[in-house]
Write a protein that binds this ligand. Structure first.
Ligand code: SF4
Ligand code: SF4
Length: 187
C-alpha cells in the first residue's frame, strides 16, 4: 500500500457519510490509545483499534475492509467503554464487517464469517444455539473436519455439549426476526 494513499484527501466520502448517519463520530478520536491498550485480542490484529478509528476518519474504507482486525474483533465493547470520547468503536467494526460482506470483499479471516453463519443458522432454527449442530455446520462449511476433536470429546464427556437440540418455545418469533418481520424490525 502506497503510504501517500492514506490521507484525508483520498478518503471515501460516501463511507464517511454512512458513519455519520449511524452516529459513529470517528473524527472525535484524539489517538489517546485507551481503546488499543484495553482490547483483549489486540495481539492478533493487523490494524490496532486506534488505527482503525484513524483510518476510518480518513475514509480509508478499502484498507479497513481488507483487514483481519474487523473479523477478529470479539465485539466485547471494551474499547468503546474505555474511549473518553464515547466513540462507538464496536459499532464501527460491525459496520465494516457488514460492508465487507455487502461489497463481496474476500474476508481476510475467512473462517470467522463461516462460524458466524453457522451460529446464526442454529439460532434461526432452534431459537438458541445447538452447539453440536453449529459445530457440524461450521466444520462442513470450512472443510476443517479434524481440528479440535479432542477438545470436543472432552466437552462432551463433561456434559458441556448436549447430544440433542433444545429448542425454545418461541422459536417461531425468532424466525420472524430473521425474516425481517419481527416487532424489532418494524421501523
Ligand atoms: S480511546 Fe477513543 S479517543 Fe482514544 S484512541 Fe481510541 S477511539 Fe481514539
Ligand atoms: S470490541 Fe473488538 S476492538 Fe473493541 S476491545 Fe473488544 S475485541 Fe477489541
Amino acid at each position: 500500500m502506497n503510504p501517500e494513499y492514506v490521507s484525508p484527501e483520498n478518503g471515501n466520502e460516501k463511507f464517511l457519510q454512512k458513519l455519520d448517519t449511524m452516529g459513529i463520530d470517528v473524527h472525535a478520536c484524539f489517538q489517546c490509545g485507551r481503546c488499543s491498550s484495553g482490547c483483549p485480542v489486540a495481539e492478533y490484529f493487523d490494524l490496532q483499534v486506534m488505527e482503525v478509528v484513524r483510518l476510518a476518519s480518513y475514509g480509508m474504507e478499502d484498507i479497513l475492509l481488507a483487514s483481519k482486525t474487523i473479523w477478529l474483533c470479539a465485539a466485547c465493547e471494551t474499547c468503546a467503554t474505555r474511549c473518553p470520547n464515547e466513540i462507538e468503536i464496536a459499532g464501527l467494526m460491525d459496520v465494516l464487517r457488514s460492508l465487507a460482506l455487502k461489497k463481496g470483499v474476500v474476508p481476510a479471516e475467512p473462517r470467522v464469517p463461516l462460524f458466524h453463519r453457522s451460529f446464526l443458522d442454529s439460532v434461526r432454527h432452534w431459537g438458541r444455539t445447538y452447539e453440536i449442530g453449529m459445530i457440524a455446520g461450521y466444520k462442513i462449511r470450512s472443510g476443517d473436519l479434524l481440528s479440535d476433536m479432542k477438545l470436543g470429546m472432552d466437552m462432551f464427556i463433561k456434559g458441556k455439549l448436549k447430544l440433542l437440540p433444545q429448542a425454545i418455545k418461541a422459536k417461531d418469533e425468532v424466525r420472524q426476526i430473521f425474516s425481517g418481520k419481527g416487532k424489532e424490525y418494524e421501523r
